[in-house]
Design a protein around this ligand. Structure first.
Ligand SMILES: Cc1cc2nc3c(=O)[nH]c(=O)nc-3n(C[C@H](O)[C@H](O)[C@H](O)COP(=O)(O)O)c2cc1C
Length: 159
């Protein structure tokens, strides 16, 4: 099974999660972990499992991930299994009830990515997953890299 992980990252947290997922999958399957701006069309060809991850910024993935998604078409995702993740702030870390409400109802990058990939015919293996950072720029909360590794194992088990 060929696995491609496409990620974006501004402060490095999503990159660490992407690499933890890639390292775990790499012990079992061939995997490439690529930052979104270095992905070429030929990288998508022959992929059995496509994993896309982004920081959540303004309830959405980054511009670069949105551009990558827009460039995909249904032939790219024909019989491709997909999974998505993001990094985000933990709701309980947001002091203001008003902002907590806004962030919660605004939603998260992984859900946006998942909806898009499903619309193109990708088969979502597991629900979109969020990994938590402390504050706007990180670092990752304790235990999130291990959780990412376990999530990767779940993916492999489902595929
Ligand atoms: C401009 C901006 C917008 C953000 N919007 C959200 C948001 O809507 N929801 C959320 O949970 N976190 C939000 N965050 C926190 C980011 O999710 C956090 O910076 C990201 O997880 C860090 O990942 P990275 O190190 O890979 O860039 C925002 C951060 C910035 C700087």
């Amino acid at each position: 099974m060929n696995v491609l992980i496409v990620y974006d990252s501004v402060f490095g947290n999503t990159e660490q999660i992407a690499r933890a997922i890639g390292d775990t999958i790499g012990t079992k399957e061939p995997v490439q972990t690529l930052r979104v701006n270095s992905v070429k069309t030929e990288n998508i060809r022959g992929v059995d499992l496509l994993i896309v991850g982004s920081p959540t910024r303004g309830f959405r993935p980054t511009e670069a991930i949105q551009t990558f998604l827009k460039a995909l078409d249904q032939t790219d995702l024909k019989s491709v299994r997909v999974a998505t993740f993001d990094t985000r702030i933990m709701l309980s870390d947001i002091k203001s009830p008003f902002f907590r409400f806004i962030v919660n109802t605004g939603g998260y990058a992984a859900n946006v990515i998942g909806r898009h990939l499903k619309k193109l015919g990708g088969y979502l293996l597991v629900p979109p997953e969020g990994f938590f950072v402390s504050g706007q720029e990180g670092p990752l909360k304790d235990g999130e890299l291990e959780r990412a590794g376990n999530w990767a194992l779940q993916l492999i088990a489902h595929s």
